[in-house]
Design a protein around this ligand. Structure first.
Ligand code: PA5
Ligand code: NI
Length: 189
């Protein structure tokens, strides 16, 4: 089946989350766009800043900011580290703080890092089939702890919005670091 057969709507390849169709949007995040988000900025500067860390595809059937609508997306995070910190998404609160979201793991291994407005930070293990409810007022970021791509799906309200500024300024309350091959959540000073 292709998107034409679906009356112009998108198609999902459920085996890998890939989206196809006329309404699908895409963005990529390179290492260069993630300056100062990782603990080891010096290490980052020695890496290829054009390297793609993750890609996002999403379907927006209504304009951004529409109350009552839903968006659907797939994120693919590459494996790797900056120093001992796993490749991860930028992470954000929602602009409308109380808006919730679902994340689901399709393929790969990772950790969903969550932080409430009091900066309490915790993590949930992501493995194929795991489904994660991100409550409102909780910032969310995903780290790839495996050796292969981590593919996840997400569904969020079309009026949620992404607030990256708070994370840019203060980060999360903990970082996910590799220690002897184990992923450990280390509180930030
Ligand atoms: O809406 C979401 O929470 C996801 O689709 C994310 O936007 C996606 O995983 C990329 O992460 P970030 O927006 O933090 O760069
Ligand atoms: Ni979100």
């Amino acid at each position: 089946m292709n998107s034409q057969n679906m009356g112009g709507f998108a198609c999902v390849d459920w085996s890998n989350g890939n989206l196809a169709g006329p309404n699908v949007r895409e963005s990529v995040k390179t290492l260069g766009q993630m300056q100062r988000l990782f603990r080891d900025q010096t290490e980052l500067e020695h890496m290829d800043l054009n390297r793609i860390i993750y890609r996002v595809q999403w379907i927006a059937p209504v304009p951004d900011g529409t109350e009552g609508g839903l968006f659907w997306g797939t994120t693919v995070i590459e494996p790797g580290t900056v120093g001992d910190e796993y490749f991860m998404t930028h992470g954000h609160f929602h602009m409308k703080r109380e808006r919730a979201e679902y994340y689901g793991c399709i393929e790969g291994e990772g950790m969903l890092i969550l932080m409430d407005t009091a900066r309490r930070t915790w993590a949930e293990r992501m493995a194929p089939g795991s489904l994660h409810y991100v409550p409102g007022n909780v910032a969310h970021r995903v780290a790839n702890t495996g050796q292969t791509q981590l593919k996840l799906t997400a569904c969020w309200p079309s009026d949620a919005g992404h607030d990256y500024t708070a994370i840019r300024q203060d980060g999360f309350g903990a970082r996910l670091l590799a220690s002897d091959g184990e992923a450990i959540l280390v509180p930030t000073p």
